[in-house]
Design a protein around this ligand. Structure first.
Ligand code: SF4
Length: 278
């Protein structure tokens, strides 16, 4: 049976059929290993069709658009399209387009906070922390329902700090009592540079890997039980056979960027990316 966190997270999924292709329009990218061309913010990608679907959806990784298979909006796209702008699309007029493209990145941040707070609330057993997480969930949900004008003016930084404080407390609570965690944090720890690190088979349970650089690290068959992974960079990290099912604050984007397989165990609410099987 799905837990409360799993149920809440199932509502924080992108529904591209109800979105006006906002990630393919509002956000810019640069020609690189992830994108085959340069595109400025607010300019529709040349591969975006009239029905707001991607014309090369099935060939993204083989045609130089790997970056598109990593992105996830947490469901912010359909919210902006159908709720904030009540189904008015950006083709209607220039003003709507400008406002919509400015609001979308703000909304993605708010939806990511909802994702993290749902987990924090579900994992703490301290009543005062549960209450704080619930209050911040309510505040964040209210922010997502602001008007486009209000959202454009919204300063999310202060709210982010408040949320982060709760995430930190929940992380400390959940990781407390793992005997090896102290030792691990001396060696690795928050923001650790683990680019290309050879860690196959290591038990990283209880470690604080917030913001760690795990780019291209060999994490095969590692165990990351109650490992704090907020903002950890998993680009091309090899997580085949790794167990992340009990990790903390992992997102779909992080997993989309990594290389896993059918043995990789994921937390509830995170899907196995289809490109892992290629
Ligand atoms: S390639 Fe497809 S998914 Fe990527 S930005 Fe363009 S339309 Fe969107």
């Amino acid at each position: 049976m799905m837990s409360n966190v799993g149920q809440a997270r199932s509502r924080l999924k992108a529904d591209c059929a109800n979105c006006f292709g906002l990630c393919c329009t509002a956000l810019g990218f640069m020609k690189s290993a992830d994108f085959a061309l340069d595109k400025a913010n607010g300019v529709p990608c040349p591969n975006l069709q009239d029905d707001y679907r991607c014309g090369i959806h099935r060939e993204l990784r083989t045609t130089g658009f790997k970056g598109c298979t990593v992105y996830d909006c947490f469901g912010a796209g359909q919210h902006v399209s159908q709720r904030t702008f009540a189904g008015r699309d950006w083709k209607t007029d220039k003003e709507t387009a400008e406002a919509m493209f400015a609001v979308f990145p703000q909304m993605v941040q708010l939806f990511e906070l909802l994702w993290l707070l749902e987990e924090a609330q579900g994992k703490t057993s301290r009543p005062e922390l549960k209450e704080q997480a619930e209050r911040l969930l309510g505040k964040t949900r209210a922010m997502t329902d602001l008007s486009a004008q209000e959202l454009r003016r919204l300063q999310i930084g202060e709210h982010w700090r408040e949320v982060n404080d709760v995430l930190l407390q929940v992380s400390e609570e959940v990781r407390a009592g793992i005997a090896s965690a102290k030792k691990l944090n001396k060696k690795f720890g928050r923001g650790a540079d683990l680019i290309g690190a050879k860690l196959q088979g290591t038990d990283l349970s209880g470690a604080n890997l917030r913001g760690a650089y795990l780019i291209a690290a060999d994490l095969r068959e590692t165990r990351l039980d109650r490992t704090d992974l907020v903002g950890a960079d998993f680009r091309d990290a090899d997580i085949r056979g790794a167990d992340l099912s009990g990790s903390l604050f992992l997102t779909q984007i992080q997993m989309n960027a990594a290389k896993g397989d059918g043995r990789t165990r994921l937390p509830e609410g995170i899907e196995r990316p289809s490109h892992w099987c290629e």
